[in-house]
Design a protein around this ligand. Structure first.
Ligand code: URA
Length: 194
C-alpha cells in the first residue's frame, strides 16, 4: 500500500467526523498514485471488522474482476461512496444486517470521497452500482441500467475525470442474466485502460 500525507490527514478527518456519530469507518486502501480508482457502495460487516474495503465474498468478486482486467489489487485505489456500514436489526434474528444507505448518509460521506478523488487524480473512476455512480455523476435520478459500460465525464475543480459505471458485482450474483452484460462491460473497460 502506498500512502501519502494528504490522504492520511483526510482519513483522520473522516474518522474523527464519524466517531462523533459513533460510527466506525472503512476509508479506503491501495495505491494513491493509481490510474484506476474503484468505488463501491458501502462496507459490510466483514469490511468493518477488518477495516478494509471489499474483503470476504465481496473481495472474491473483486479479485475475479481484477483478474479479468489483468491488474493487481495493489495497482488501484479502492474505496466506497459511504464510509461506514449502513445496517439495521433483523427482527427475526436480532442481528445486524446491511441496508441501503439513505440520501443523508450518502451526502455525509460525499466530501471525503471527493477529497480522495482529488488526491489520487485517477485517469478513470470505476463505480460499482447505482450509489457511487449517482454520487460521482451528481445526479440521483440516474440508473445503472442506462449507463453501465459507458464512459462519462465529470469535472472537479476544473479537472476532468473519466467515469465508467459498472453493475455492482453483488447484483450479478442475484441476477444471473446480468453476468454476460457485466463481462462485456469489463472487456470494454479493459480496452480503455490498455
Ligand atoms: N464491500 C465493500 O467494501 N463495498 C461494497 O460495495 C460491497 C462490499
Amino acid at each position: 500500500m502506498i500512502y501519502n500525507q494528504e490522504m492520511t490527514e483526510l482519513e483522520t478527518g473522516c474518522r474523527n467526523y464519524f466517531i462523533e456519530q459513533d460510527k466506525k469507518i472503512v476509508f479506503g486502501e491501495g495505491n494513491v498514485k493509481a490510474n484506476l480508482m474503484l468505488v463501491g457502495e458501502a462496507p459490510g460487516r466483514q469490511e468493518i471488522e477488518q477495516g478494509r474495503p471489499f474483503v470476504g465474498q465481496a473481495g472474491k468478486n473483486l479479485d475475479e474482476f481484477l483478474q479479468l482486467l489483468n491488474i493487481e489489487r495493489d495497482d488501484i485505489y479502492i474505496t466506497n461512496a459511504v464510509k461506514f456500514r449502513p445496517a439495521k436489526i433483523n427482527p427475526k434474528t436480532n442481528r445486524l444486517i446491511n441496508r441501503p444507505p439513505s440520501k443523508l448518509e450518502i451526502n455525509d460521506s460525499k466530501a471525503f470521497l471527493i477529497g480522495q478523488i482529488k488526491i489520487i487524480a485517477p485517469q478513470i473512476i470505476v463505480t460499482l452500482g447505482n450509489v457511487p455512480m449517482r454520487v460521482i455523476l451528481d445526479n440521483e435520478k440516474l440508473n445503472i441500467g442506462d449507463l453501465h459500460g459507458t464512459v462519462q465525464n465529470i469535472h472537479i475543480d476544473n479537472i476532468s475525470y473519466l467515469v465508467f459505471p459498472l453493475y455492482h458485482p453483488a447484483s450479478i450474483i442475484y441476477k444471473r442474466a446480468l453476468r454476460a452484460v457485466y463481462e462485456e462491460d469489463l472487456l470494454k473497460l479493459k480496452a480503455i485502460i490498455s
